[in-house]
Design a protein around this ligand. Structure first.
Ligand SMILES: [Ca+2]
Ligand SMILES: [Ca+2]
Ligand SMILES: [Ca+2]
Ligand SMILES: [Ca+2]
Length: 464
């Protein structure tokens, strides 16, 4: 897979270069306490009610660090929250789209079992209140489906690994509550005959996180529908677990044209962006972006994609996965806006509603559109939801932008008197398509080459 390759575009911001320093996709043997999610042995259906199915995923974790990891769940202890919580998610791959279609609340871990089996290493067993070096612990699906041990995601800070314990436990009824919920139609084989599915298990542990060892605390595995059961569809895992990576990595593994980059936000956590642009006919390109929040507490509030002047955009779309079981977060779809020069999806801002539908940890949202212009390596902006520095991350991805950047008419990577002379010819003309050579000067995307654009050109000329 390609990661954040630097193009020949001048003025590339430092943020992408910094992002590339953290693009590693494999896990390293950790120092300190380091949980690796090493296996997802089973996926089991538990209930189907009114079009919603509840599943659970069995999870195995392994301490690949060099000290035991606390596994304490004693409400009397000041260290009672020093145990992992376990989130389960389901994804679907279909028609060039990779979408999250299910999520659970978090199972609060209890009693590290200290089994052997950590990649053949020797388990130095401890008591139940920690997981020893080289030891594994497995939660069966029925344990990860145990509703009384499932708490809200909203109480988990995935950056620090901190959370209150005991967790908030609103009343519930029925067999769906708190479990990994999926719309039954989303896995119906008659509706999705060619779909492939991927289960994901993610642990958040305060000790693992505070030692900077949280990026490998996750795993995914392909699943398939095996037949009708309980009024829904039974699933089973196939192939083997990919330990230490989130499910978004399955997408480039399935399709080499998909690109993926990981960004570690300073003093926060990791987000992953994957994208693919498919040719969909004459002058037709389908742009598909998948943004995954792995461990960022600040979360994502907006995504902005530059659009060149004169490009026609249609079929703008958004896909999220909705919260459930009285989780306090809102699930309203993001609003789509455009100023002609960029397309932006955004949730309500943090000041207005701190519980808005930001892209929170353990979720992935899709952004898509069709354009009549081909992809160009271009920075897209990922706006962070909670206040802080930086307020946005810029990632080199693909967008229907100008190949050489705005105002560089002859594409020689310089903005100089040659471009200035071309501007004089273009001044006071109208551009209606991105193939009009003058479109490169329409910096405010109002389809006219005007004094605003002149001022932008002279700013570029005057720049370093
Ligand atoms: Ca870890
Ligand atoms: Ca929604
Ligand atoms: Ca030039
Ligand atoms: Ca203009």
């Amino acid at each position: 897979m390609k990661q954040c390759a630097l193009g020949n575009k001048p003025g590339l911001s430092l943020s992408c270069v910094i992002a590339c320093m953290h693009c590693a996709t494999t896990f390293a043997i950790g120092s300190g306490p380091d949980i690796l999610v090493s296996d997802l042995p089973f996926i089991v259906i538990y209930n189907e009610t009114n079009g919603i199915s509840a599943y659970a995923i069995a999870t195995t974790s392994c301490n690949i660090g060099d000290v035991p990891i606390p596994w304490i769940d004693d409400v009397e202890s000041p260290d009672g929250n020093r145990h992992p919580v376990i989130a389960q998610n389901l994804y679907r791959y279909e028609n060039n789209r990779f979408e999250q279609i299910g999520m659970s609340w978090v199972k609060h871990g209890f009693c590290g079992v200290n089994d052997n089996g950590c990649d053949g290493s020797t388990c130095i067993a401890t008591d139940c209140d920690s997981l020893g070096v080289g030891c594994t612990d497995t939660y069966a699906a029925f344990t990860n489906a145990n509703q009384v041990r499932l708490g809200p995601r909203s109480e988990i800070n995935a950056s620090t690994g901190d959370f209150p314990y005991p967790f908030t436990s609103p009343s519930y009824t029925g067999g769906l509550a708190r479990r990994m919920q999926v719309q039954t139609d989303d896995v119906d084989p008659s509706l999705h005959p060619l779909a492939r599915y991927f289960g994901e298990g993610q642990y958040i542990s305060p000790d693992d996180s505070q030692f900077g060892n949280s990026t490998n605390t996750i795993a995914y595995r392909e699943a398939e529908v095996t037949g009708p059961n309980l009024g829904g569809w039974a699933m089973g895992f196939v192939d083997v677990t990919t330990a230490g990576l989130p499910a978004i990595h399955a997408w480039p593994a399935l399709d080499p044209e998909v690109q993926l980059t990981s960004i570690d936000i300073i003093n926060d956590g990791r987000i992953n962006l994957a994208w693919k642009v498919s040719n969909c006919g004459t002058d037709c390109w389908a742009y598909e972006y998948l943004l995954h929040n792995q461990t960022s507490d600040r979360s994502v509030g907006s995504l902005s994609v530059p659009i060149a002047s004169g490009v026609d955009i249609t079929s703008i779309g958004f896909h999220d996965v909705d919260y459930h079981s009285d989780e306090i977060f809102d699930s309203t779809d993001w609003v789509i806006g455009s100023n002609g020069c960029q397309l932006e999806w955004a949730t309500t801002d943090h000041a207005t509603n701190p519980l808005a539908n930001a892209l929170r940890w353990g979720t992935a949202y899709n952004f898509r559109f069709i354009a009549n212009a081909p992809p160009v390596a271009t920075e897209i902006a990922i706006g962070l939801f909670k206040p802080g520095t930086p307020d946005a991350i810029h990632v080199l991805a693909a967008a229907p932008s100008h190949p050489c950047g705005m105002t560089d008419f002859n594409c020689d990577l310089l903005v100089d008197l040659v471009d200035f002379a071309a501007f004089q010819e273009c001044f006071d003309t109208t551009v209606t398509t991105f193939t009009d050579p003058c479109a490169v000067f329409d910096t405010d995307c109002n389809s006219n080459i005007d004094v605003v654009d002149f001022s932008a050109l002279t700013d570029t000329l005057a720049g370093p």
